[in-house]
Design a protein around this ligand. Structure first.
Ligand SMILES: C[S@@+](CC[C@H](N)C(=O)[O-])C[C@H]1O[C@@H](n2cnc3c(N)ncnc32)[C@H](O)[C@@H]1O
Length: 262
C-alpha cells in the first residue's frame, strides 16, 4: 500500500478507536452473551481497522468474512492480520458490494458490520441492503461522517470550507454514482427502524494533540480547495500556522449506527 495512504490509515485508526461509541459494544456483547460463536461480515473491510477494533472487544469466538473491492487493501490486510484464540476462521472476498450486493448471503451471518464505509454509497444501495438484512440479528456501521467539522481557533472562512467539503463528500467517489455523504446515518436508520431497534450514537473525532493527523486532514481540505479553484490560501496558512504552534484543535462529527433485530 502507498506510504501516504498507510500513514493516514494508521493516524485515523487511533483516532477512530478512541471515538467509537462504547454503548454499542455493550449492547452487542449483551445481545450475544449466551452465544459461543458468532459469524461476522465486514463490508468495505479495507486494511482491517474494523476487525482490529472488534476482535478483542467482542466476547465470543468469531468467524469473519471480509469483503472489499480493492485487491491492494485486501492483500495488505491479509499480510498483516494478527490472530488471537477467539478468531476461529477468516476469509477474504473481493466483491463490489455496490453493484453485486445480492452475491452476499447475509443470512449466513449474525453480525453485519463496516466502518467509515456508509457515506461513500449511493442512495439506492440502502433500500437493497435493508431488504437483504431484514432478518439479520445485528447491523453495526461505525464512524459515519455527519456533515460537520470545526477547527479551533475559528476563522471567518471556516463555513466556506465546510460547504465545499460536504459538496465533495456527496460527489461520485470513484464508484460511478453520487454518494449519500453526510446523510448516510439518517437514511439507514429510517429503513432499519421498521424492523429493528436502532441507535444512532455519537462517535465524534476530537483531535486535540495529534497535530500530524490535523495536517493530513488540512491537506484533504487543500486538495478540495484546489479542485474547486478557490482562493483560500489565507485560510490554509492560518490553519497551518495554528497547527505548527500547537494551538489547534479539530473536531469532526461522526455517528455510529446499530440495529438489533426486534
Ligand atoms: C474509507 S475506507 C474504510 C476502510 C475500513 N473499513 C476502515 O475503517 O479503515 C472504504 C473502503 O471501502 C472500499 N470500497 C469502496 N467501494 C467499494 C465497493 N463498491 N465494494 C466494496 N468495497 C468498496 C474501499 O476499497 C475501502 O477499503
Amino acid at each position: 500500500m502507498h506510504e501516504f495512504q498507510n500513514k493516514w490509515l494508521n493516524l485515523r485508526e487511533s483516532v477512530d478507536r478512541n471515538s467509537r461509541n462504547k454503548k454499542i459494544l455493550y449492547l452487542i456483547n449483551k445481545f450475544y452473551k449466551n452465544k459461543k460463536n458468532i459469524r461476522i461480515i465486514d463490508l468495505g473491510s479495507g486494511a482491517g481497522s474494523n476487525f482490529r477494533f472488534l476482535k478483542s472487544r467482542l466476547s465470543n469466538n468469531q468467524y469473519w468474512s471480509f469483503v472489499d473491492i480493492s485487491h491492494q487493501s485486501t492483500n495488505f490486510f491479509k499480510k498483516n492480520i494478527k490472530f488471537s484464540s477467539k478468531i476461529k476462521k477468516t476469509n477474504f472476498k473481493i466483491v463490489d458490494v455496490i453493484n453485486n450486493l445480492d452475491k452476499i448471503t447475509f443470512n449466513d451471518y449474525n453480525l453485519v458490520t463496516g466502518s467509515a464505509f456508509l457515506d461513500i454509497l449511493p442512495k439506492k444501495w440502502f433500500k437493497n441492503f435493508h431488504k437483504l438484512n431484514i432478518d439479520t440479528e445485528i447491523v453495526y456501521f461505525a464512524l459515519n461522517y455527519n456533515g460537520n467539522f470545526q477547527f479551533f481557533p475559528k476563522h471567518k472562512d471556516d463555513k466556506k470550507i465546510l460547504d465545499i467539503f460536504n459538496k465533495d463528500q456527496k460527489s461520485d467517489k470513484g464508484i460511478g454514482e453520487v454518494a449519500v455523504g453526510p446523510n448516510c446515518s439518517k437514511i439507514i436508520n429510517s429503513l432499519f427502524k421498521k424492523t429493528h431497534k436502532t441507535y444512532v450514537l455519537d462517535s465524534t473525532w476530537d483531535v486535540n494533540k495529534n497535530f500530524e493527523f490535523q495536517i493530513y486532514f488540512l491537506n484533504f481540505c487543500k486538495d478540495i480547495i484546489q479542485k474547486n479553484k478557490l482562493n483560500l490560501d489565507h485560510w490554509l496558512e492560518f490553519r497551518l500556522k495554528s497547527i505548527k504552534e500547537k494551538n489547534s484543535r479539530f473536531i469532526l462529527n461522526n455517528t455510529d449506527f446499530l440495529a438489533i433485530k426486534k
